[in-house]
Design a protein around this ligand. Sequence first.
Ligand SMILES: [Zn+2]
Length: 100
Amino acid sequence: MPTIKRTVHRPWQVQRKPQEGRQHSNTKFYLSPQWRKLRAMKLELQPLCEECLRNDKHTTAKVADHITPINRGGAPLDIENLQSLCNRCHNIKSAQERTR
Ligand SMILES: [Zn+2]
């Protein structure tokens, strides 16, 4: 008598997605002293979130964000390619980039 193979569903086991290679490869860069220095410089020059400023809001910036992402060919260590963002605006921008 053949046994019917039943697939056991375990919904509590979270399916792991394969690592996104692109994001992973940037980790090293964001830990480099050159980046840390440039990031600090940018936040010193523009301590307010530039996105909030466009909406007449004054929010302390926490993130130096690449206007053109490195993944899309943006210059990683060019201060002209950086904008100061608060965490909220940075999250919104990152979320938008992911869906694009
Ligand atoms: Zn903001």
